[in-house]
Design a protein around this ligand. Structure first.
Ligand SMILES: [Zn+2]
Length: 72
């Protein structure tokens, strides 16, 4: 059993790297059918490969880039 992360699945479907953010913690990829105008992009966590909803909130899966709770 080797389950692919969302990022690995996207890469298998020819996702195209667009940019990095947050010091390389996250990367944005063009995903979906790029021949369509509907082609979209998504952010992914470079630690665990999860798709990221909000860069400022960090990764829900592994905690990378989440606001430090000790910091007021
Ligand atoms: Zn993660």
């Amino acid at each position: 059993m080797n389950e692919l992360s969302p990022l690995e699945k996207a890469l298998e479907n020819d996702a195209l790297w667009l940019e990095d953010a947050r010091g390389g913690r996250f990367s944005r990829y063009a995903i979906g059918d790029q021949s369509q105008e509907e082609g979209r992009s998504a952010w992914f966590c470079n630690d665990c490969g999860a798709e990221i909803d909000d860069l400022n909130e960090g990764c829900d899966e592994c905690g990378t880039g989440q606001p430090d709770p000790d910091e007021e």
